[in-house]
Write a protein that binds this ligand. Sequence first.
Ligand SMILES: C[S@@+](CC[C@H](N)C(=O)[O-])C[C@H]1O[C@@H](n2cnc3c(N)ncnc32)[C@H](O)[C@@H]1O
Length: 303
Amino acid sequence: MNDEINNMTHPMLEQASSIRRNDEPKKSSSGRTASSGISDLPLSEWREFEEILTDSLWLIGDRDRSGVHNAGYHGNFVPQIPYQLMRRYTRPGDIVIDPFLGSGTTMLEAQRLGRNCIGVELLPEMAEHSERYVQLQGINEEVHTEIIVGDSSCVDVQNSVLVSLESMGRTQAQLVIMHPPYHDIIPFSDDQRDLSNAPTVNDFVTKFGDIVEGFSEMLEPKHYLAIVIGDKYVNSELIPLGFHLMSETLMRGNNLSLKSIIVKNMVNNRAKRNLENLWRYRALAGGFYVFRHEYILLFKKVK
Ligand SMILES: C[S@@+](CC[C@H](N)C(=O)[O-])C[C@H]1O[C@@H](n2cnc3c(N)ncnc32)[C@H](O)[C@@H]1O
């Protein structure tokens, strides 16, 4: 089935699209169930997997607590994000790379879903944390995981990822998930190589570009790269980090085309919920809106 989209898929054009739309799943000429090709979701059973999101607005409720994930790392994402991306864009046995592994959310979900995973993390203590949780979750002999400690923008580190891919019997990965710092919103360390310590927004965007360039090279054509990012305010001015990273990625990524801009709600922890009234007051006084969303920018490597 052709997975390309055109303007006819816009809900605003629902009426027009119904003239041409054939929303019943197609079977291949052999009569076998068609899948989207890069996932193992059988399209003939598309009504069955209601948990797979297809809208560009992701309203995710509470954090999924069914795995061993530790929600304590300030700046982690909810497991539902890598879960959704892996279910749609990979098959069991595929390789997922996360160049900003943090507390290992991507790797733990990969392990649960039978996907192999290579993670890079600058901070040794976080790499150790992730390794501990991977072990705690249990070793699935079928699943290979490797954590590389270092700066993802460094060519030597990128070469180590290539070596790791080869050790898993592949030369390219089937999904890259990137969840960088939102510039200096959360300072992760004092290390100058840490993206949260980039002196300016331009430096942050350029260094991120180095990472996207290196890692998109390792992505198999027709496969996906996702960036999870939020914006920030500086001196009452909104700095659209998401849009900056999107245009940098389109400029520097290897054959990446923009597939979707997903808006995801922010799930606040209890401490933040207590501050809600204060932020509401500040927003009313300052003439701005309190961030309640972040982006998942989705790119496909076209060749
Ligand atoms: C937003 S957090 C990622 C959180 C992760 N998704 C999770 O759920 O735990 C960003 C991570 O990137 C790491 N980081 C910052 N600069 C880096 C760099 N140049 N190379 C590799 N990791 C880096 C930080 O130490 C931090 O752990």
